[in-house]
Design a protein around this ligand. Structure first.
Ligand SMILES: N[C@@H](CCC(=O)N[C@@H](CS)C(=O)NCC(=O)O)C(=O)O
Length: 201
């Protein structure tokens, strides 16, 4: 299997999942901002010129969450996904999708407004709104973790998705002083050898 990869992006989530599953894979490395990612050759790999993309034989699949679901289904991922009949299954689905649905949109805005745009094109009000919204999006995760170590029973792919979004929130100026459960959750995630290997790629 080959993973199209850029460090410190959503591609790390997929590498993390592959490391947890103990899979063999190769990386095709790209660079953020490289015009080649918007060229016709790479657009044939990902129509928007993004990472991650996984290639597995004849299969090519993009969207980090979809790739992780694909890996769990095809590579014996039962240890990282509660069974359909489990009391944790609904939590698993909810927190798996909360990542891209709720936490990443304001992070996307903050990344554009504080990193990607040149200073003269940045809008302070957008930064303020996105920072406030992101803070609000983290509150339900903090509350959910009050009496449990992970989002859906044992560690699962939901922790790779929403956990990595919470990790990303630490890089865009969010104040975690009132989010102690998230701080210890981040420590638990960061202690996982599979995460450490993926983050070092
Ligand atoms: N929802 C997509 C988002 C993909 C995405 O936006 N990837 C970013 C990195 S985190 C990217 O490739 N950016 C490169 C660019 O915009 O040039 C997913 O979860 O895979």
């Amino acid at each position: 299997m080959k993973l199209h990869f850029i460090p410190k992006t959503r591609a790390v989530r997929v590498a993390w999942m592959m490391e947890e599953l103990g899979l063999d894979y190769t990386l095709e490395r790209h660079a953020l901002g490289d015009p080649a990612m918007r060229g016709p050759e790479y657009r044939a790999v990902h129509p928007m010129g993004r990472v991650p993309v996984l290639e597995d034989g004849d299969v090519r699949i993009f969207e980090s969450g979809a790739i992780i679901e694909y890996l769990l289904a095809r590579q014996g991922g039962a240890a990282f996904r509660p069974e359909v009949g489990s009391a944790h299954f609904a939590d698993y689905l909810q927190w798996f999708h909360y990542c891209e649905g709720m936490i990443m949109p304001p992070i996307n805005t903050l990344t554009v407004e504080t990193i990607l745009l040149p200073p003269e094109r940045r809008t302070e009000i957008n930064v303020k709104r996105a920072t406030k919204l992101l803070g609000q999006m983290l509150v339900p995760v903090e509350a959910h973790l009050v009496d449990q170590n992970y989002l859906a029973g044992d560690f699962s792919a939901a922790d790779i998705m929403t956990g990595s979004a919470v990790q990303a929130a630490t890089t865009v100026g969010i104040d975690f002083s009132e989010l102690p459960n998230l701080v210890s959750y981040l420590d638990r995630l960061a202690a996982r050898p599979a995460f450490q290997r993926a983050a070092a790629l």
